[in-house]
Ligand binder design. Structure first.
Ligand SMILES: *Cc1c(COP(=O)(O)O)cnc(C)c1O
Length: 433
């Protein structure tokens, strides 16, 4: 399979090139040349298949031409060694719990898959050592660091703003050791991101070492997120719910929802999607006006969605051939304030005993407000509520227990390297690596 750039200027790339590069040379995002339709027999049999079996069929459609069957199967099965249950919340609303992975975030799926696919290219295809640079305000760093931990031929540098990530998040990427280096930057998240961007553009550095990113611009991180959309629909089929399925995705950079839209293009029977936003409402405004105008992000309590210029918007435009009408026909939108998020989380807990995290709360509320009679709604619960312990506790007035998996990280010893936000010092550090 060849991958083209959404900017249409760069030459087409192989899967290996697309994964190793991350971004195309014309700064566009890679898109697979063909989106394969899956046979109707698969959609009928899906309800009796396991998550791993379903995911392998989808992975084969994406990557089967480029990765041998036995290796691809191993990558898929190893990535998805945890469950993604569909839990009934109330009425016709279900939560797809994506937080049962190692760092309790949906990003575990993409990060693990990408690390294993890169590992495959390094071992089988003789790809030379790859260095992953990731700037994080918390969640991405922990998922990527844990996903890539111990994978041979890859080193990960996590850049995070000193004193600005929660203690639970910090220990998820500073206590690992091995091929993970945590860089504690004296600055804010934007400074970390600026350092990473400058590194990707620095010729001397790129001649010295192979650098790549691991955010949702990378095809190997974003496409595997399609797996659980199929599994969600399969679980509804098993309950006898076959039509008028609406899926709602709490969205920031729009990688997650774009993977779902790919699923729909492969034949997955979803009636429509809803992109749920916090106050960062750029996509919502686009749906209403047809005009896309990015702006600086504003801080909210659903902070993994504080994005003012969603990078995967380019992929959505490309998927629908730039048609605002086609996009608005398949994707609905909504935007909520922190106050509304708090109110939703509390009401849902009081009414149903189901504890949402602030991101999932945005998705749940969108379904409560926008589901039509006869429709069944699934929202993606993108993180475990304990990851936002202080916020959630202040809303429900009760203690939230930290799962054993998270607690285990807190026992490790923190190791980090102090870094200024000055690019010259970051560069000289990397040149010595
Ligand atoms: C990353 C993240 C999101 C946003 O996902 P995108 O793919 O960037 O749209 C939502 N919720 C949580 C908890 C996240 O970590």
């Amino acid at each position: 399979m060849k991958y083209y750039s959404t900017n249409k200027q760069a030459a087409k790339a192989t899967l290996q090139e697309a994964v190793v590069k991350g971004l195309a040379s014309d700064k566009g995002l890679f898109m697979p040349e063909v989106i394969k339709q899956l046979p109707s027999s698969f959609f009928e049999e899906m309800k009796d298949m396991s998550f791993q079996e379903i995911a392998y069929v989808v992975a084969d459609a994406f990557f089967g031409e480029d990765v041998d069957a036995a290796s691809l199967k191993e990558i898929v099965y190893d990535t998805l060694s945890f469950d993604v249950p569909l839990v009934h919340v109330n009425d016709n609303i279900y939560s797809l719990e994506l937080f049962h992975g190692p760092t309790l975030a949906f990003k575990d799926v993409g990060a693990r898959f990408m690390s294993r696919l890169l590992g495959y290219f390094i071992k089988k295809e003789g790809q030379k050592k790859v260095n992953v640079l990731v700037a994080t305000s918390g969640d991405t760093g922990s998922a990527v660091a844990n996903g890539f931990l111990g994978v041979e031929g890859i080193h990960v540098y996590v850049l995070y703003p000193k004193g600005k990530v929660s203690p639970i998040q910090e220990c998820q990427f500073t206590t690992l050791g091995k091929n993970i280096t945590a860089l504690e930057v004296d600055g804010v998240f934007d400074d970390c991101q600026a350092l990473v961007k400058s590194a990707f553009m620095d010729k001397e550095l790129n001649d010295h070492m192979k650098l790549t990113s691991a955010n949702s611009i990378n095809v190997a991180r974003f496409l595997p997120q399609a797996f659980y959309y199929f599994y969600a629909v399969a679980q509804l089929h098993k309950m006898g719910i076959k039509k008028d399925i609406v899926i709602c995705v709490p969205s920031g950079n729009f990688g997650n929802i774009t993977a779902g839209l790919f699923g729909k293009h492969m034949g997955l029977p979803v009636k429509r999607f809803i992109a749920a936003n916090n106050r960062n409402d750029i996509f919502f405004k686009y749906l209403q006006t047809g005009v896309y105008s990015p702006k600086p992000s504003v801080q909210t309590i659903a902070n993994a969605m504080d994005v003012g210029d969603p990078s995967n918007f380019a992929r959505i435009l490309d998927l629908y051939k730039e048609s605002h009408e086609a996009i608005a026909a398949e994707i609905g939108g909504c935007t909520y304030t922190d106050e509304q998020i708090r109110e939703t989380l509390k009401n849902c807990f009081d009414k149903t005993q189901y504890l949402l995290d602030p991101h999932g709360a945005v998705g749940y509320r969108a379904l409560c407000e926008h589901l039509q009679p006869g429709e069944t709604g699934v929202f993606l619960e993108t993180a475990h509520p304990a990851k936002f312990k202080e916020t959630v506790e202040s809303i429900i007035g009760k203690e939230v227990e930290i799962p054993a998996k998270l607690q285990a990280f807190m026992k490790g010893e923190k190791q980090s390297i102090q870094m200024t936000k000055d690019f010259a010092s970051f560069k000289s550090f990397l040149l010595k690596e």
